[in-house]
Design a protein around this ligand. Structure first.
Ligand SMILES: Nc1ncnc2c1ncn2[C@@H]1O[C@H](COP(=O)(O)OP(=O)(O)OP(=O)(O)O)[C@@H](O)[C@H]1O
Length: 717
């Protein structure tokens, strides 16, 4: 969904379309004041019905500082040609993109309304898209000096001195912006800003919607301070219901009563000051389709812009800072500029692995009104469609960037350099395959592409979580763009949106588990993980990994009868490979938490003559601790478990079949046969998953047994 409201016109012909940029629509929505109210900026509401001024007024960067005059055009032409040459593939840029369907109305509006961007528009190929590397530190006078804020220019009130509020001829001067505390934050010590968490994970629960209420679905999410509990209803084999609780803790949990203002204060407000300190920050919303991502994200960029401008014009007054806005979407794995007629963009990586978006238009902005219009324009152009769960679903990932740049030499003769960047990413909604059965081919293809990119994001997070040296950022365009969020001097805020209804339980749990994973990244590597959080979240799992079911082997201390060669050979062991896991708690079937220690059997670190060696274990240890009898007994136990489970499933299936037959016979209106069959099917698939899990466990065990046999035979046993 768009970041700013639902003003886009829907195509009646099909589900898929872009939002239409219609000034009438914006103004109509504006006059309702709905959107502005949601952002807390209702004072910017214009009552006029005249059209929005053309965008070229916005002093595109590169326009020679004079609003895009002739000199700027010539300069841009040179830049454009140079860039074409240096990228050795201008033709690549002009190849026609696969764009989502555009209805005729939009193109006609473009003709009559905005016009196409000038051929030599300075922003057409903005060389500063390459300038993704941050400016090296320059002295910033008055940084964190709040005095300038509270001692405004003599003879003028604080708000009167705000030069960034445009003098709107139609509406008169915009009312003063309320102080939301950002300036006060700036009077605090510099350390305060640097103490802002590198990754912050916030969960937002939306209220139940009409559809869910009509279906009598229950609110299954209980929130308390920064924790939340999901009450999942499950069915036992005998079809009686029971509730399983899943508890999670995050940096903040925002319930259905929390306003968008509070969301802003909790999420983005703390990171705004940091982008003046050579930092890239990203805020993204994640969650199932219809969970409230767009609703949450839509007011944030404008609120952040307000605070950025405030800082630029007070704390950093006359420091040479400039604010630039760009807005693009990733649709079907391709990039489109939402502020430049959906021009296809190209992503490149420079030698320093900085991602550059070639051709992206950046608009230099100096007042909130301009930013508002740009965002509206971008949102109107964004691709939306209809999913089972959301009538106006975002079918693309939308990325809005606020870049702070600064003149290197204090004058405007040289292009300003990047100081910091704040990116807002409204991810497309994730859907399960099962949700897409009613959708047409286009929606399913979109869904597949969306899920692919979200999966790539998961892969990156998993790799980061495991401290992998290679993070697969190139897995998708989305992850390439997000690379900035996770590496270097960055700050990331993830807002996980969840629906409260019982019907979305599975999705909600997926989102929360995902969020939990991201949260663990903020604590560095595995050893630094939040034990409390993993303890709580482990309640979800009652399956004991096989490796931990093995009998305890010998202690790692050798008894002196080392059979693995001379001590020098042992010295070859790399300490870094010693991956002994910290003690972790496990969740037992009886509901009690227990601690286990990973047996030292995992200490396989060296190979001799092609055979694995086990560190710190003597032959006698192995012989004593893992006799054939022990292993066979364990294997038997595992097999018995699988068989018992299989038997249980067969019995359940028989019951279900009988029930189904009875119900089919008595299939009368009002018998809710469908619901019942759905429930029974759910039980069956649950059981089938259980069998699969046990089978995997058995296979794993058999592999381990084989390894033992190899080991024992190589050791002469
Ligand atoms: N916190 C909230 N309070 C009130 N209404 C909400 C809230 N969150 C979401 N909604 C409403 O729920 C509906 C779906 O929300 P939204 O469009 O933001 O979902 P989404 O996650 O962006 O979906 P998609 O991924 O399909 O685009 C909208 O009508 C929105 O107004």
């Amino acid at each position: 969904m768009n970041l700013m409201g639902r003003q886009g016109q829907r195509s009646t012909a099909g589900h898929h379309h872009q939002r239409q940029y219609s000034s009438d629509n914006f103004l109509e929505a504006s006059s309702n004041g709905r959107w502005l109210q949601s952002t807390g900026l209702q004072h910017l509401h214009t009552s006029t019905s005249s059209s929005i001024p053309p965008l070229p007024d916005y002093n595109l960067y590169g326009g020679g500082g004079g609003g895009g005059g002739g000199g700027g055009g010539a300069q841009a032409l040179r830049m454009y040609r140079n860039a074409q040459r240096s990228f050795n593939g201008g033709s690549e840029f002009v190849s026609e993109p696969t764009t989502p369907p555009v209805d005729s109305r939009q193109s006609s509006q473009r003709k009559s309304g905005e016009g196409s961007p000038s051929e030599f528009s300075p922003g057409l190929l903005d060389l500063h898209s390459f300038d993704t590397e941050l400016l090296t530190e320059l002295p910033v006078h008055g940084m964190y000096d709040g005095s300038s804020l509270f001692n405004p220019v003599r003879g003028r009130s604080f708000d009167d001195s705000d030069p960034y509020i445009s003098n709107n001829k139609q509406t008169g001067r915009a009312p003063a912006l309320p102080d939301n505390g950002i300036l006060k934050n700036f009077t605090a010590d510099k350390d305060k800003a640097s103490s802002v968490a590198k990754i912050k994970v916030v969960v937002r629960k939306r209220p139940m919607n009409k559809k869910e209420l009509a279906k009598n679905e229950e609110d299954i999410i209980e929130t308390l301070s920064n924790s939340l509990t999901v009450h999942e209803t499950k069915l036992k084999v005998d079809l009686t219901e029971y509730v399983e609780k899943h508890e999670f803790m995050f940096d903040a949990v925002l319930n259905e009563e929390v306003s968008n203002d509070e969301v802003y204060r909790e999420t983005v407000e703390p990171i705004v000051p940091i982008i003046f300190q050579r930092t890239k920050a990203t805020c993204f919303a994640y969650g199932q389709t219809g969970s409230g991502k767009t609703y949450t994200m839509q007011p944030l960029p404008l609120k952040a812009s307000r605070d950025i401008l405030r800082l630029m014009h007070h704390t950093y007054r006359n420091q040479g800072f400039h604010l630039f806005v760009s807005f693009f979407e990733i649709y079907g794995g391709k990039l489109f500029d939402l502020l430049s007629d959906r021009k296809k963009l190209c992503m490149r990586e420079d030698g320093k692995q900085q991602v550059c978006i070639v051709g992206l238009q950046e608009y230099k902005v100096s007042d909130l009104e301009m930013i508002k219009e740009l965002i509206e324009k971008g949102n109107a152009t964004r691709s939306i469609g209809t999913t089972g769960a959301n009538e106006e679903s975002s079918r693309s990932h939308a990325i809005l960037q606020l870049a702070i740049k600064r003149s290197v030499d204090g004058s405007d003769t040289k292009p300003p350099r990047l100081v910091g960047k704040l990116s807002f990413i409204d991810l497309a909604g994730s859907e399960r395959g099962a949700d897409t059965t009613d959708n047409d081919k286009q929606t399913r293809l979109e869904g597949a592409e969306i899920n692919k990119s979200l999966l790539a994001l998961k892969e990156c997070i998993r790799a980061l979580d495991n401290d992998k040296s290679h993070i697969p950022f190139r897995g998708s365009k989305l992850t390439e763009v997000l690379r900035d969020s996770f590496v270097g001097n960055s700050r990331t805020v993830m807002i996980s949106c969840v629906s409260p209804s019982s019907g979305s339980c599975e999705h909600t749990l997926n989102t929360l588990r995902y969020a939990d994973r991201v949260k663990s990244l903020s604590k560095g590597n595995n050893s630094k993980k939040d034990i409390l959080s993993s303890t709580i979240n482990l309640k979800e799992s009652n399956t004991l990994p096989l490796s931990f079911a093995l009998p305890t082997a010998s202690t790692p201390e050798d008894d002196g009868t080392d059979a693995w060669g001379d001590p020098d050979e042992r010295d070859e062991f790399d300490a870094s490979e010693d991956s002994s896991e910290p003690e972790k708690p496990i969740w037992k079937e009886n509901g009690k938490l227990e601690r286990y220690s990973q047996p030292p059997i995992e200490h396989k670190v060296h190979k001799l003559n092609g055979q694995p060696k086990w560190r710190g274990q003597s032959k006698s240890d192995l012989k004593n601790s893992h006799s054939d009898d022990d292993l066979n007994a364990l294997l038997q136990e595992e097999e018995d478990l699988v068989n018992a489970h299989r038997k249980q499933v067969e019995e359940t299936m028989n019951i279900v079949r009988e029930e189904m037959n009875l119900l089919v016979e008595a299939d009368q209106p009002g018998n809710q046969l469908d619901d019942y069959i759905t429930k029974l099917n759910a039980i069956l698939s649950q059981k089938a998953a259980g069998i699969l899990q046990l089978q995997n466990r058995l296979a794993h065990f058999q592999r381990r047994l084989k390894e033992y046999n190899v080991l024992l035979s190589s050791s002469g046993y």
